[in-house]
Design a protein around this ligand. Sequence first.
Ligand SMILES: [Zn+2]
Ligand SMILES: [Zn+2]
Length: 293
Amino acid sequence: MIQKVVLHQATLEETLPAFVGAATQILRDGAVGFGEMAAEHFSFHEGHPYISASPDRDLFRLLADLAARYDVPIDLHMEALASDIAFADLPDCSAADKVHQFANPDVFSENITAFERLLRHNRMARIVWAHAGWDNTGHRTAALTRRLLQDHPNLYIQLRPLPLRSGGRCNPITDVSGNIVGDWLDLMSSFPDRIVVGLDSFYSKFRPDQTDEEFAQLLDRALGAGRRFMASLRQSSPALAHKVGYLNAVRIYRLNQPMVCHRPGTPAERTMRVDGSALNSHLAHGDTRGPCG
Ligand SMILES: [Zn+2]
Ligand SMILES: [Zn+2]
């Protein structure tokens, strides 16, 4: 819906009611947050879309308001652009194929300023910036991340551990041996409650030509990278590893506090969070999952 408005395939006015309806339905279906939403997504192969929408535009701000109202986070996919970069000037560490531009534009536009406006728009909206350590512009440094975490109390960071490989990458969170890079470890120590791990492995077959075996291999690689990262973090600090690898996700995504519509259709009706162990008794007296209608 955001992309349709960006591409002028739909007006904001006609999209608004459907957007709010879809967001609440997603929560009734059991989602613990909204995402991944894409504000800046590069195209890396044929048929892999380039997606760009300023992170503070109308529907992102509305989504932040909905996230705040329902106390759920937004996962945001956004390549970091501290300044404009021409496609031709992407650094060698970027995963973008230098031979094929695919669907990418000639110039990628700066987006950190608009991202900060989104963060300021509603401080009650928790926003999880996905895929730190998988940077394709060279701008997503630990220093930029630290500055944004300091300035924006509602910002959270998802680290993406990558499988070991020979090629370079920009601002990695682990070195070629799998050890955590000092800057990122310092960042986790400074903000131990605001960083989580996300593997970013596709749940369904992304490419139609991909076999089940190839899919299983990719999943294994992602899981292996996650386990290696957690083992390395545990060596540095078991307490920090417990937060980054487990507790923070439970807290940010309210994993042990499912949302129900309590006593729907009665004067007592209200949207509330319940303790995970009490969910069944609420469902038994007629509550439904997610927010009330
Ligand atoms: Zn993503
Ligand atoms: Zn109830």
